[in-house]
Design a protein around this ligand. Structure first.
Ligand SMILES: C[S@@+](CC[C@H](N)C(=O)[O-])C[C@H]1O[C@@H](n2cnc3c(N)ncnc32)[C@H](O)[C@@H]1O
Length: 324
């Protein structure tokens, strides 16, 4: 079947397993972001989020619970094959059949980096148990190459909040609190992922021009982000109804439309980072440290001055001072 090609995104209305076998070469993809069906028969979770059921696009293809293990293994194996060494994969999953996906991943060479919890709003109302309001995001890599991880793409390491905290560390914690999008009167896929969640994965784990793959396109949310951030994408959606209901929306998007919405992190360039210390430099550091101490400055202030003067990070300065 011929794909629909929009703005460097190649979209197949096909089953992802046979589709990947026909259209994707080994080691060809930089990043996979995907959200497989959850294998819950009669899943009505979406009704809680989308109270007007007629706005949910029909045709969602669910996988029978009894076939879920074999199905998961088949697509996870394809993901492993097409990912380049060093490439990353994010898999969004509920908890009911999560163990099948974890078990499938165990049977591949893919290695866990993080098990992320995505906490969303609109928890499903319950009276006699806790309110479920999270999904799992499995973040794995294919070993054998350099993994893209743009640790300062959103906040610089040296940035601080008003109360002295590091927004970089906070942003990189493995619990992500991101709201679902409320889209009254708009047509949407049953489990459409918020753009903000996807932008975060794209920013950390890919660069402009990289090839991203989504095996389960649904409402094309990954495609919208790929177009918005100037990535290329290849993806599959087996349902004809879903595929044709939303594909036209993509034509309206301008390439790179999300770039201006991104925050500019303050990234401090540490001139001598990674360079070995020479004895004269260590001696100069020790002398300067002593002279600053006589000025009755606090240790924090002294370290800050030394970082600037010697073009090193805080840890490097502290380590070097411990050695002199
Ligand atoms: C959880 S949804 C994806 C939602 C998507 N991430 C979004 O933000 O809209 C899973 C999608 O996979 C599709 N699907 C099910 N089996 C498939 C298969 N074998 N190949 C490709 N797509 C499939 C379903 O029709 C459904 O649209």
């Amino acid at each position: 079947m011929k794909p629909v090609i929009i703005q460097d995104c190649v979209l197949y209305n096909e089953d992802c397993i046979t589709g990947a076998q026909s259209h994707l070469q080994d080691n060809s993809v930089d990043l996979i972001i995907t959200d497989p069906p959850y294998g819950i028969r009669g899943d009505t979770l979406h009704q809680h989020y989308n109270r007007q059921e007629h706005h949910v696009i029909p045709g969602y293809v669910e996988i029978d619970e009894n076939e879920y293990a074999a199905f998961s293994l088949s697509w996870v194996k394809e993901a492993e094959r097409v990912l380049r060494p060093g490439g990353s994969i994010y898999i969004v999953s509920g908890y009911t059949n999560l163990y099948h996906i974890l078990h499938a991943l165990k049977q591949t060479s893919l290695k866990e980096i993080n098990h992320i919890i995505w906490k969303y709003n609109f928890g499903v109302f319950t009276k006699r148990k806790y309110v479920s309001s999270h999904y799992h995001i499995l973040f794995y890599e294919k070993p054998g190459g350099i993994r893209t991880f743009n640790a300062e793409s959103r906040y610089g390491f040296s940035e601080k909040t008003d109360n002295g905290r590091s927004p970089n560390t906070r942003d990189r914690e493995d619990v992500w609190v991101i709201n679902r999008e409320y889209k009254p009167r708009q047509q949407k896929n049953k489990n459409e992922l918020p753009i903000e969640l996807l932008v975060k994965m794209f920013q950390f784990s890919s660069n402009g021009g990289d090839l991203v793959c989504d095996l389960f396109l649904g409402g094309f949310s990954t495609v919208k982000v790929a177009i918005g951030l100037n990535r290329r994408l290849i993806g599959f959606e087996v349902s004809e109804e879903i595929f044709h209901a939303k594909v036209y929306e993509l034509q309206l998007l301008e390439r790179g439309y999300l770039i201006d919405t991104l925050r500019n992190p303050v990234v401090t360039i540490i001139k001598n980072q990674g360079r070995a210390w020479i004895p004269q430099e260590r001696l100069a550091l020790a002398c300067r440290y002593e002279s600053l101490r006589t000025q009755k400055r606090s240790k924090k202030e002294i370290i800050k001055i030394l970082c600037e003067e010697f073009g090193r990070g805080r840890w490097a300065i502290e380590k070097a001072l411990n050695k002199v």
